[in-house]
Design a protein around this ligand. Structure first.
Ligand code: DGP
Length: 117
């Protein structure tokens, strides 16, 4: 894959563009969103290239579980475990997905309204 074909998140994984990293391990990376929609807005992504939630299948069982289990670890690092937070995965056009690399938004720091727009 050429650099031009890489998603912005793959470039962050590969260290080609900087990110404010909160947490990482062998499988995933969490970093602050460049366009925060709440006082705390962190993205958690797998290092493996997966387009979105709809691309997940049985081969991703362990990774998907690991990603979800990493959310509370990141929440504790951010100090939002008591106040609460929202986890969002936008998927596809109507879901509002703009980067074609699976990511979980972790949003916190103010009461979040429901339903989303
Ligand atoms: P989504 O719309 O669900 O695909 O979310 C993509 C998010 O990625 C959006 O909240 C803005 C964020 N984003 C886009 N480009 C960059 C970047 O270069 N760095 C960081 N940290 N976040 C980015």
């Amino acid at each position: 894959m050429t650099s031009e074909e890489k998603t912005i998140f793959k470039k962050i994984i590969d260290g080609e563009i900087p990110a404010n990293v909160v947490f990482q391990d062998d499988l995933c990376l969490a970093f602050h969103d460049a366009f925060p929609q709440a006082p705390v807005h962190v993205l958690l992504i797998p290092k493996q290239e997966i387009e979105n939630v709809d691309s997940l299948d049985d081969q991703h069982r362990d990774l998907a579980g690991h990603l979800l289990l990493t959310v509370p670890k990141v929440a504790r690092l951010l100090g939002i475990e008591d106040s609460g937070y929202r986890v969002v995965a936008n998927c596809g056009k109507d879901g509002g997905q703009s980067v074609d690399h699976l990511h979980l938004h972790i949003l916190a720091g103010r009461p979040l309204t429901w339903p989303p727009g």
